[in-house]
Ligand binder design. Structure first.
Ligand code: AQP
Length: 332
């Protein structure tokens, strides 16, 4: 079975609909005929300052959410990145293969460092995509299910894999991004030309999976649209309505064009009202299940321990090959 790998940062109390539709739902679907490794990226989280107690809580919340969503620990290895030391170890080797200018071109670093000024950004934030390359390459996956914002990082990952293979010996598989076009970039409800992102300036544009369902419904009903009240799919002219149609279609499986026909002449109010109900139907059982799982910390820890064992076995084997190929003396 082809291998898949992906990760998510534990940097918020809840995942949001961008994470869910852009990536996590694909994780759930792929576990049936693939061999999946899914991890909670706590090493990545500390590239910006974190409160240690909050980080620990969010890591467990992330695990509970993945399970509540349908990630099955019998099919998938779910693990915490810091429990698999090979990520940081391979990260270092790959840093030594990465050009400074090459790292500098990463647009996510440019965007994130622009907020506080480059001088305020950590070196870890700068080398984040190289650690991400290590996260991926260790498992030699065929596919990496992610949102559109990760495409550039995956290109870097492939470049580094190729460089290593060429300089030493074929060691890494070149992974393919697995990006579903329709949901690759879910937009902010209040600023529909921007991606839905937890670091947005207002919470009103983000639907968190663990929000009170009534809050999510209200956010949908208050989503920014436009003034002509004509339900059409046009990302450039009508980004707000198009985003709502995208979410609607992804949650129900109905095609966008069918939805446009269904709502023709009915205006935005009906569309928002119906979508709000659909969202409530999705998040209510998810939220209940997550809260239930969070009450069973022993079970969560056991799942993560098993996941780390599975991940360590694969990752250590790759790292041994890498160390041998770069010329490190093996311990006797
Ligand atoms: N808006 C989005 N649309 C589609 N996919 C998205 N992803 C994130 N936002 C969207 C995908 O979610 C996965 C997890 O990403 P992450 O751990 O990097 O989460 P994140 O980047 O911390 O999420 P944010 O909200 O986008 O954070 P900030 O504001 O820090 O940048 C990835 O596969 C990502 O593509």
């Amino acid at each position: 079975r082809p291998r898949v790998l992906s990760g998510i940062q534990p940097t918020a109390d809840s995942f949001h609909f961008g994470n869910y539709l852009g990536a996590l739902r694909q994780w759930v679907g792929l576990q049936h005929d693939h061999q999946p490794f899914f991890f909670i990226a706590d090493l990545h989280a500390i590239t910006v300052e974190q409160d240690p107690k909050v980080l620990r809580e969010r890591t467990l919340r992330a695990a509970a959410q993945l399970l509540a969503m349908g990630i099955d620990p019998e099919r998938s290895a779910i693990f915490v990145q810091s429990q698999v030391p090979a990520h940081a170890q391979l990260g270092w080797v790959l840093q030594c293969l990465t050009g400074f200018g090459e790292a500098r071109r990463m647009t996510q670093f440019k965007d994130k460092s622009a907020k506080g000024g480059e001088g305020a950004a950590s070196v870890g934030l700068f080398t984040y995509p190289v650690l991400q390359a290590a996260d991926i390459l260790l498992y030699r996956p065929h596919f990496v299910p992610v949102g559109e914002d990760q495409r550039q990082h995956l290109e870097l990952t492939r470049d580094l894999a190729q460089r290593f293979n060429h300089r030493y010996k074929k060691t890494f598989r070149l992974p393919e991004p697995y990006i579903l076009k329709a949901t690759a970039k879910i937009a902010d409800l209040q600023e529909p030309t921007a991606k839905m992102s937890k670091s947005a300036s207002s919470a009103a544009g983000i639907i968190d999976l663990l929000d009170q369902p009534s809050v999510s419904a209200k956010k949908i009903r208050s989503a920014v649209t436009d003034s002509d009240n004509d339900v059409r799919f046009d990302r450039d002219e009508k980004p707000g309505v198009s985003n709502l149609l995208t979410i609607y279609s992804a949650l129900t499986g109905e095609g966008v064009h069918d939805l446009v026909e269904q709502y023709a002449g009915r205006g935005y109010g009906d569309l928002k009202k119906d979508l709000a109900e659909i969202v409530v139907g999705v998040v209510t059982p998810f939220r209940d299940r997550t809260l239930e799982l969070l009450d069973d910390q022993a079970y969560l820890s056991e799942v993560l321990r098993r996941g780390a064992d599975q991940a360590n076995e694969v990752a250590e084997a790759t790292l041994r090959d890498v160390y041998q190929r770069v010329g490190f003396v093996a311990p006797t």
